[in-house]
Design a protein around this ligand. Structure first.
Ligand code: ADP
Length: 546
């Protein structure tokens, strides 16, 4: 790229420059280099504008959307929100809620001091710095977190939901893909750039995002005969700076086209923002940390002789569940982490193994239940599916045996419903119930359904009404029980007025909830039987129970 030659020729078009650069990069580095990033500001995104000489605000820093700034929930509100999606894990939810509120209160506070404080000047000059008199006077410790627990128990799910709630970008990566020197699969700094991409190029929003690093236990540097394994240590050191505070270039050092583009901009006097500060990025690391329970146990039993014997009598899972919350810095160091690394992760959260009952509740009650996905899968072909409670319990039991947490639910459901998903679409069956027969022998159940669609339909209506009864009981604490005739009647009446059976039942009984509760209280009945008589005249029919 000789400057002197170029000056005599007519200026090249943007496309020509881009093409030459692409060829140059390909020749030099093969396919290993991200030549034209997808993110905003990348050459592939807006080539003509970027090089045409609009030198002001080359990399746009849009204002933070109101929702990122307006996060002002209390820990208890955050916990209730999490409760809607995440089953169990009460301690983890409480600890996370407190840490998240502390962190984002701090971010909001430093943002408001930035506007009037010295940080405002920095923001104007293009760098995202949040220095403020407040922060320098108070030594704030960032609430980076370690989540410990087996696979599939909600570690990622919790943090992802929190990021959504707060309105900040979230990125996740397996820490095993990093190497000491970077660039085996990526660089730790790529994560921060990924946040910017996830935030659609909004650097300021990205600077409040959440980075989730999975399998962090794999970079513990195990003791070997020769001493510590050095590679994991190198990655820990690499992450250290990032977790604390550092400026990360918005351009990857391997992204030569972008480097070139920056150079062009600088020549033209453009002063776009080209770094992001990691000070307010929240880092969450997670892992199973198998073996740490033994370290904790050893430490505790050295202190307290009785404890070791008691712990040994427990099942291994129960042992982990009981001990993980007591993990201290010393235990993590013993496990193979650098004290400085663990020191940057002050909030520690242990998640429990999920048992069959938890898994059942995930299916039946979580707002993020995978059953929604299955309903939708069938609905896409005009097929309605209902789930019998006993079938869900059977699925949960099987999933619990797989020892992969809630992930097991997906594989068990897939095993049960795969053939139905293949054979029913495009056929005459429009209504299907997932029963225990389906769980026990999916093939035989499919044959039965295809052999007698009418029978399948009545099983469906029955299962649907039981779904209503369970939802009603969960919400209102009153268990209704429609008999067979009442089920048939509900189906007919709902059809006549053009509403779904569940809608019909909800409107019929919802307005009588207080009365129903009173009946349960006074009569001591655990279940209120619903006959056609009750259904046709809920007002007077209810008196039947009295
Ligand atoms: P991990 O603990 O390995 O990070 P995830 O959080 O990714 O596991 O869980 C996988 C999926 O399982 C989630 O996307 C979610 O749908 C479901 N899941 C896991 N744990 C729970 C839970 N406690 N409550 C509700 N759903 C859960």
């Amino acid at each position: 790229m000789g400057d002197s030659d170029d000056s005599k020729k007519p200026p090249k078009s943007v496309e020509e420059v881009q093409k030459e650069l692409q060829d140059f990069i390909k020749d030099k580095f093969g396919g290993n280099v991200m030549a034209f990033p997808m993110g905003p500001g990348g050459m592939g995104a807006q080539p003509s504008e970027e090089l045409a000489g609009d030198t002001e605000d080359e990399v746009e820093v849009p204002a933070i959307p109101a929702e990122a700034l307006s996060f002002d929930m209390t820990p208890r509100q955050v916990k209730s929100y999490l409760d809607r999606y995440v089953i169990g894990q009460g301690d983890a939810k409480r600890t996370l809620a407190v840490a998240i509120c502390d962190h984002y209160n701090h971010v909001r506070r430093s943002l408001s001091t930035d506007v009037v404080g010295p940080g405002a000047a920095a923001a104007e000059s293009g760098s995202v710095s949040h220095e403020s008199p407040f922060e320098t006077s108070v030594d704030y410790v960032k609430q980076n977190l370690i989540l410990l627990g087996p696979t599939g128990v909600g570690k990622t799910y919790l943090v992802r939901i929190l990021a959504q709630l707060i309105g900040v970008p979230f990125v996740k990566a397996d820490v095993t893909k990093f190497s000491e020197t970077g660039y085996v699969g990526g660089d730790v700094e790529d994560l921060v750039r990924e946040l910017v991409r996830t935030a659609d190029g909004n650097v300021q929003l990205a600077s409040h995002g959440i980075v989730f690093l999975d399998e962090v236990d794999k970079i513990a540097s195990a003791r070997t005969a020769q001493g510590r394994d050095p590679s994991g240590r190198g990655v820990q050191v690499g992450l250290l700076k990032l977790m604390e505070e550092t400026e990360v270039s918005l351009r990857s050092p391997m992204d030569l086209s972008a480097q070139f583009q920056d150079m062009m901009q600088m020549r033209k006097g453009g002063a776009g923002q080209n770094t992001i500060n990691t000070k307010h990025i929240l880092f969450v690391v997670s892992g199973a940390f198998s073996g740490i329970a033994e370290i904790i146990e050893k430490r505790l039993s050295e202190r307290n002789v009785g404890f070791g014997a008691a712990a040994k009598s427990r099942e291994p899972d129960a042992l982990s569940d009981a001990l993980l919350p007591s993990a201290t810095t010393k235990d993590f160091v013993e496990y193979g982490f650098e004290p400085e690394f663990i020191g940057r992760l002050p909030v520690r959260v242990a998640l429990n193994e999920l048992d069959a009952d938890d898994l059942y509740r995930i299916l039946a009650t979580s707002e993020g239940s995978i059953l929604r996905q299955y309903r939708q899968n069938f609905a896409d072909y005009g097929i309605e599916i209902a789930f019998e409670d006993d079938a869900l319990r059977a699925v949960a039991r099987e999933a619990a045996d797989e020892k992969t947490g809630a992930r097991g639910l997906m594989s068990v459901l897939e095993r049960c419903l795969r053939e139905f998903k293949f054979y029913l679409p495009g056929g005459p069956i429009r209504r299907l119930a997932m029963t225990t027969d389906v769980v026990d022998d999916p093939k035989a159940a499919l044959e039965a359904v295809r052999g007698d669609g009418q029978a399948a339909e009545s099983v469906y209506w029955n299962a649907l009404v039981r779904e209503f009864e369970n939802e009603f009981a969960r919400r209102n604490g009153v268990k209704l029980s429609l008999d067979e005739e009442a089920v048939g009647m509900a189906v007919t009446l709902a059809g006549e007025i053009g509403v779904t059976v569940k809608e019909y039942l909800w409107t019929t009984f919802d307005e009588h909830v207080d009365f129903l509760r009173k009946i349960v209280e006074t009569s001591g009945k655990t279940e209120l039987p619903v006959t056609p008589q009750v259904l046709s005249k809920p007002g007077s029919g209810l008196e039947v129970w009295m």
